[in-house]
Structures are given as C-alpha cells and as structure tokens.
Design a binder for this molecule. Structure first.
Ligand code: FRU
Length: 612
C-alpha cells in the first residue's frame, strides 16, 4: 500500500466514518454534497426510507444489475423523521440493487450531507406496519393504507366486484409519484387493498382516467379485457391506454401509447360506450381552456375529436378537470337527461375545489346544455361542502345505476391536514338521479348508495315528537368507536325563523348546522370545529339551497372520525366537510330561533366495524 499523507489518511478515515453507520444490508457512499449511493442486499421485502415532510424531494433512481428500474421522489429526512415509506424490492432477489440519490439542495460539504437523518435510518425489513392508528384515520370511509391519495378514478364493476383506483403517492403523504392505487369491494363498504395497479413510466406519471370492460373486444386485446385510459403526465399531458386480463389486478401498457396527443394541457380521460352509434366516447378536460373535449372511436385506439363543450359556461376559474358524462332518469317521470360533470379547481362554490354539473342532451358527438328561460346556462353544484372533489362514476354498475364517489378533501389544504402516514379518504358512495325542483329546473338528486345502510349497527338513541325552543334540547352521541355514527333527523321548523343543530364536545368545539326555511337554505359552520389553524381556508361557513319551500326537513348525517356528510334525506342537497375535533363530538342539540320547532324523529345508529 502506498504511504498516505496524514491529511489523506484523515480524509479516508472520515469517509469511512461517513459510510459506517448504515443498517445491516445497506451500504452508503456519499459522492458529493447532494449525491449519495445506497447499495442494498436485496434479501428483504422492503427498503424503508425515512421521510421528513418539510424537506424538498430527493430524486431516486433504483438500479437493478445496473439498469434503471424506476425513478421516484422522496422527501428524505434531514433533521427529523416524520414517518417511513416502503420501497418493495421483492422483485429483485439475487440482483445488485443500487439507489442513486440526488437530494434537492447541495450541502456545504460532504460531511454535512452525510449527517442527514435519513442515512443512519434507511433499513431493510420484511414487514411494513400498516396498522395505522392515527387519531384522524377514518373508521369507515375508504382510505389508502398509507401515503397520499387524491382523485378516485378508473372505477368499474365486474363479476360482483366494485373496483376503485385512486391517485396515490406510495412514497409519501404529499402529492407526488402519481400511481394508480387499487382497492376492491363486494359490498361498497368493506374494502380490500391491492398492490398498485399502474406505475409511472418513461411517458410520465399516471394521472386520473377511467376503465371499461371491453365486452365486444373492440380493442383486440381479448373479450372482457379491462381497458384503462389515463393521462401520462410528463412534460406534456397525453392520453394512454393499458389493459388487464386479470380483472384489473395488473395492467399491461399498450405499445402504441400515447393514443391521443394535443399541444395543450388535457387530461383525465373518461370513457363510455354509446349504444345508438355503436361507438366509444371519450371526454378529456382541456384544463386551461375551461372546456371538455369529446372524442369518438370504434376500436379504442384511433380517436376523432367531435366537439368541445363549456367555453364561457358555468364556473370558469382555475382549471377544469375530471369530466364524466352520464344519462340519468328524472324521478317521477319516464324521461332521461344527460349530465356533464365538471370538476374545477380553484373557483369552487366556497373556494378551492368543487364539482359543478350541466344538465342537457347528448347525441353521441355533442353535449347541448339546457338553458334558463333567458337563454343562459345555470351553474349548479353537486355538493355544497368544502371537501368533495374529483367525483366520477363507476362504469358498468348493476341495474344501470350511476354510482359516484369523490375525494373528500380540497386542494386548498389537502396536503396540510393534521394526519401523517396517510392523507385523505373518499366520500361515501352515492347514487345519482335527476329531479325537477319547484323552480322548474332539473337538478341532481344525490343519496347515499343503498349499500351504505349496512353500516348501521346498534340503535343508540331514538326520540319521537319533541317540541324545541330557544333553549337547546341536548342528546348524547354514542361514545363507542370514537363516536362515529349515522344520525337520522326529521324536524319541522313550524313558527321558528331558523333551527340550529349543533354537534359539540366538552372542549366547546362545535359544528353548527342551520336550517332557514324562509330562505330555503341549509348551512354548515365549522369555524369552531376543532383543529382549524393549519390553513386559512379551512375555517368556513358553507350552505346549500334546499330547493324546496317547506318547514319540514329530513336529514341523514354521517359522522366519521374526521368528516361529516349531511344528506337531505330526499336527495336535494349534500354538504361534505372535514372536521378535526380534538375529541369526538359527544352531543347533538337542537334549538330554534324566533319561534317554536318540533323534532319529529331523531334516531342515531352506531356504525359497524368494516374493512376500509
Ligand atoms: C384532479 C387532478 C387531475 C389529475 C390528478 C393528478 O384533482 O388534478 O386533473 O389527473 O389530479 O393527481
């Protein structure tokens, strides 16, 4: 060995010490102030990576035997560890595995870079703990096992199973690495979690889209193949296709991708079969142009742009996203109408994200909206809460039902809500139809899907016929299972101007809902609901038009650990809102202002334990 100068020997010793602390099976080499190699012996199932949420993403190339397998982005911990994320390496047994990590910011020296908390704490493990016991983890709404979730998408029903895909970051609880996560259910309330279904590739990450079952083998991949359309989001947004012969568990990407390109932002392909013309119809959101593009195809591979809908109509702020086009029956008649669903963000009815819709006609190529007598197109909202977005329907639901589910959050603060190892859940599934309201307009009728009734456990309370005055009538909410429950409440405001329904806990945190029959309004105030200070946009008072002149009001209220969905029992309106009370609400009280009111019926059910 050559003689080393004392300085060189010192440096070598230092380098050895930089590399010494890693866990068993992990070898770390710091190449520079922002570049580190992590060599791994792949005899475990997972590499566990430590995450610090406030740090910028590091770019990680995973190489197996010198070949790039995937590139992903992780907020590798520097000062403290918020949680770990697993990288599944079970496919790489007997290979030389290397993570080439480039961190977002250069440190002043290699020594400083080597002191980041992540390096000492990267480890190998055969298990990753998903028994997530966070306080605000929902108790019965669909939620990812860990990681960030946004839009539900690609939903289809086949052979008695409801498949639900969703925008997932498998490597952190903030938006990144968009991948299709996958769950399925036989009853719409118990959910089975599956491995991720579609992962990013050289065309980009995998944004929202839709699935159909190709019963006629239009695409030539085989009869009953499940076909997924999604947006490949790279530098541009282009539409791609993948197909599955195992009922949506795994997908093979189409070699001819992308199938639709445009030189402007367009995304979230939504696909359905239009019987009269025997063609497939696909909508994409021409996001910045505030319009939906309508394409048709016979073979799912070659598409013709037929029309564009929406310029200048409805709410026009922000971007238009996640379209859907559905034919729905009008209650009490034998007529049907088409509804074009348009998610938009920001610019929603109470700020941030929300879902508007247009009622009209569709001829296979063009959607024509209904107008008011003055010729204008009205703006209508599907849900008047703050936390209902990216709502689309299941393809092929039984009995021609139109079943939808939304993401229960808002882009204004979704990444800041007080949870850690996971972020976001979905709304309860809802069945849609149409009804003609007293103002002569046709509106969406939204009710919890009938399957949701099976969530009801023991009856915790039943009160019939009780007069209510300005002194609140107070009733206890269940305490089992963190107080999650379904409340059925029907009341008559009689001579009262308004009726308040208040959910509260001993910390004086509360949600106040107010029925105002004179103004045909129902409002929801969460300004004092608990933890609200993580975003200035979170404390809010929202309201829905009840769309009827009546002193009677019937509600179905679903309380979960961190959400409240209030349905008008007849489907005229819905309000979906997140809440983060420091302890569960323990009472419901009803009081009237300016006159007497009467509770006709108050029934409270516990909620059964379900897999979600
Ligand atoms: C809607 C959205 C979609 C996009 C996806 C990306 O919330 O912005 O337009 O496909 O999220 O995750």
């Amino acid at each position: 060995m050559k003689h080393l100068t004392p300085i060189a020997a010192g440096l070598l010793a230092l380098a050895a010490s930089y590399n010494a602390q890693a866990a068993d099976g992990v070898k770390i080499e710091h190449l520079g102030t922002n570049n580190t190699l992590v060599r791994v012996t792949p005899d475990a199932r997972y590499i566990l990576l430590p995450v610090e949420e406030s740090i910028d993403d590091a770019t990680i190339n995973l190489l197996a035997d010198g070949k790039i397998e995937k590139t992903f982005y992780v907020r590798l911990a520097r000062n403290k560890i918020d949680y770990y994320v697993p990288v599944d390496i079970s496919d790489y047994k007997d290979k030389d595995l290397l993570l080439n990590v480039v961190t977002a910011h250069s440190r002043s020296s290699v020594r400083e870079a080597s002191e980041d908390a992540c390096w000492q704490n990267i480890s190998l493990s055969d298990t990753f703990d998903t028994t997530n016991t966070e306080k605000f983890r929902p108790s019965y709404h669909h939620t990812p096992l860990y990681g960030w979730m946004n839009d539900p998408n690609g939903m289809f029903y086949k052979d008695g199973e409801w498949h639900l895909y969703y925008q997932l970051n498998p490597y952190g609880s903030k938006w990144q690495n968009m991948t299709w996560g996958h769950s399925s259910s036989k009853d719409l309330i118990n959910w089975e979690h599956h491995p991720v279904a579609i992962e990013p590739d050289g065309l980009g990450s995998i944004f929202s889209g839709s699935c159909i079952v190709d019963t006629n083998n239009s695409a030539g991949f085989g009869k009953d193949e499940v076909i997924a359309f999604y947006t490949s989001a790279g530098v541009n947004q282009i539409q791609s296709m993948a197909h599955s012969s195992d009922n949506g568990m795994t997908f093979q990407k189409y070699a001819g991708n992308p199938v639709i390109t445009l030189d402007s932002e367009s995304r979230d392909p939504n696909l359905f079969w239009y019987e009269p013309t025997q063609e497939w119809v696909l909508l994409t959101a021409h996001a910045l142009e505030h319009e939906m593009l309508i394409y048709t195809s016979k073979d799912l591979k070659n598409w013709t742009l037929q029309s564009a809908f929406g310029k200048g109509l409805g709410a026009q702020d922000g971007v238009w996203e996640c379209p859907d086009l559905l034919e729905l029956p009008i209650e009490g008649s034998d007529k049907k109408k088409w509804v074009l669903i348009c998610n938009l963000n920001p610019g929603g009815v109470f700020g941030g994200s929300a879902v508007q819709y247009f009622v009209g006609d569709f001829d296979g190529k063009t959607f024509t909206p209904d107008t008011l007598p003055d010729g204008t197109v009205p703006t209508k909202w599907m849900d008047h809460g703050k936390d209902h977005y990216a709502t689309v329907s299941w393809s092929g639901a039984p009995d021609d039902r139109k079943v939808v589910v939304g993401w229960m959050s808002n882009w204004q603060y979704a990444a800041e809500v007080p949870t850690k190892q996971f972020r976001s859940s979905n709304t309860l599934p809802r069945d849609l139809s149409l009804f003609v309201a007293e103002d002569g307009q046709t509106y969406l009728n939204t009710v919890p899907s009938p399957e949701v009734d099976a969530l009801r456990g023991k009856k915790a309370l039943e009160v019939k016929g009780k007069n209510v005055g300005s002194k609140p009538s107070v009733f206890k909410l269940p305490t089992v299972n963190n107080g999650v429950c379904e409340i059925l409440l029907s009341f008559n405001s009689e001579t009262a101007k308004t009726v308040d329904i208040t959910l509260a806990n001993a910390k004086n945190e509360k949600v106040v809902m107010t029925f105002n029959p004179g103004e045909s309004k129902f409002s929801f105030d969460r300004t004092q609901s608990g933890i609200t200070d993580f975003s200035k946009d979170f404390p809010a008072v929202v309201w829905a038009p009840t769309l009827r002149k009546s002193t009677e009001q019937k509600l179905r209220i679903f309380i979960d650990t961190a959400s409240i969905e209030v349905f008008d029992a007849e489907g005229n309106f819905v309000l979906t809102n997140l809440v983060f009370p420091n302890e569960p609400y323990s009472t419901i009280s009803v009081s009237s202002n300016g006159g007497k009111a009467r509770i006709e019926n108050l029934t409270i059910y516990n909620i059964k334990n379900v897999k979600h």
